[in-house]
Design a protein. Structure first.
Length: 363
């Protein structure tokens, strides 16, 4: 009998954007490749109108269908309010109809505790190292009662109660991200939310601030797919030499997102300030998608790593001059850099390997 695994996702029903979905698709496909029967769970506010709930559910099913992940898509609510009656009325499946499960792989931080009895073992994966711990300390999320806690920050320190953080890399399902040699005429790209946070600006926008003149430092094109709030902000970014795309249009589906990456020379991206400050050697799930398809990455250094390179396939910079040097280096030796990028994904971020290691420790 296959292991029954429930993958708890975050906001995939309400925000089914391409890059966001790939975080969970890569994990789901990796777990399935390890022989697991995977159920995709999302929880939603109980106030969501039934007609909207049904429409969003069918849309997500359609998005997941090409990956054959749609058959085991289930919903629950963040609170018990009219729980069973609402799902029955909408003719939508609930978690109980697919359980019990051998393992919960929890990639959200507020899964209702009443669901935990459905799972024999429970692991949480912290995909926001540093940020999650601060939010947890502030009471924004319930205290985790999982059996094991994993973080994609290699150097995540400290503990939550009696549990220490275990490291797991982010993962990419290589079969869905084949090597595609790019062109040096293609643009350097990334995908990001681009807005100012109210209390403390820990946004990608703030991370880019010191590097906005990069188009003036190298002979290369730069294009950004952004969720941007104000036309004036877009005009300011473009004044530095970037081309800006509206992310909701150009990378709306998982296939649009993958094509955008495949049509790039590589990724140029900065990190949110907290990722740099926390020095966990965090690597974005987006970056490992670029690496898998053979796109060299020039990204901001988030701390010393025991295995991540800084100068071949993956270049990690700390200042503007270092970023410019890395881009020049890649463009002078592009094919070798591209193959090195793919080799990094195969060695360290292959979803089959990552999920097999997680399962071995979790069970």
């Amino acid at each position: 009998m296959p292991l029954k695994v429930c993958l708890s996702t975050a906001n995939t029903l309400m925000y089914p954007q391409g890059g966001h979905l790939w975080v969970f698709i890569n994990w789901a496909l990796g777990l399935r490749a390890c022989g697991c029967e995977v159920t995709w769970l999302d929880v939603v506010p109980p106030s969501l109108p039934l007609d909207e709930l049904s429409a969003r559910y069918e849309h997500l099913r359609g998005v997941l269908h090409p990956f054959t992940l749609d058959a085991n898509l289930v919903l629950d609510f963040l609170s018990r309010e009219q729980l069973g009656a609402r799902l029955d009325e909408a003719a939508l499946p609930c978690l109980e109809s697919f359980g019990p499960f051998d393992l919960l792989v929890d990639l959200r931080y507020d899964l209702p505790e009443r669901l935990f009895a459905t799972f024999r073992r429970k692991v949480l994966i912290n995909i926001d190292p540093g940020q999650y711990e601060l939010a947890l300390a502030a009471g924004a999320f319930p205290y985790p009662k999982h059996d094991l806690l994993f973080s994609i920050g290699e150097m995540t320190r400290g503990a939550v109660g009696s549990k220490n953080w275990l490291y797991t890399p982010p993962c990419v399902f290589l079969d869905e991200w084949p090597f595609t040699l790019g062109s040096t005429d293609a643009p350097w790209t990334t995908v990001a939310h681009w807005w100012r946070e109210q209390d403390y600006d820990d946004s990608k926008r703030e991370g880019f601030r010191a590097f906005m003149t990069i188009p003036l430092k190298v002979r290369a094109r730069f294009e950004l797919a952004l969720n941007i709030e104000h036309k004036e902000e877009q005009e300011l970014i473009e004044s530095y030499g970037f081309k800006v795309h509206e992310a909701h249009k150009i990378v709306a589906s998982p296939f649009d997102y993958r094509l955008f990456i495949q049509n790039s020379i590589g990724e140029f991206s900065c990190a949110k300030p907290s990722y740099v400050r926390n020095q966990t050697a965090w690597v974005s799930d987006r970056t490992v998608n670029y690496l898998a398809t053979g796109k060299p990455c020039v990204v901001q250094n988030t701390g010393p790593s025991s295995f991540l390179p800084t100068h071949f396939g993956l270049h990690r910079f700390s200042d503007l001059c270092g970023a410019a040097r890395a881009i020049d280096t890649v463009m002078k030796n592009y094919e070798s850099e591209a193959r090195a990028a793919r080799a990094l994904a195969e060695e360290f971020f292959d979803a089959r390997k990552v999920c097999a290691s997680l399962l071995a420790r979790a069970l």
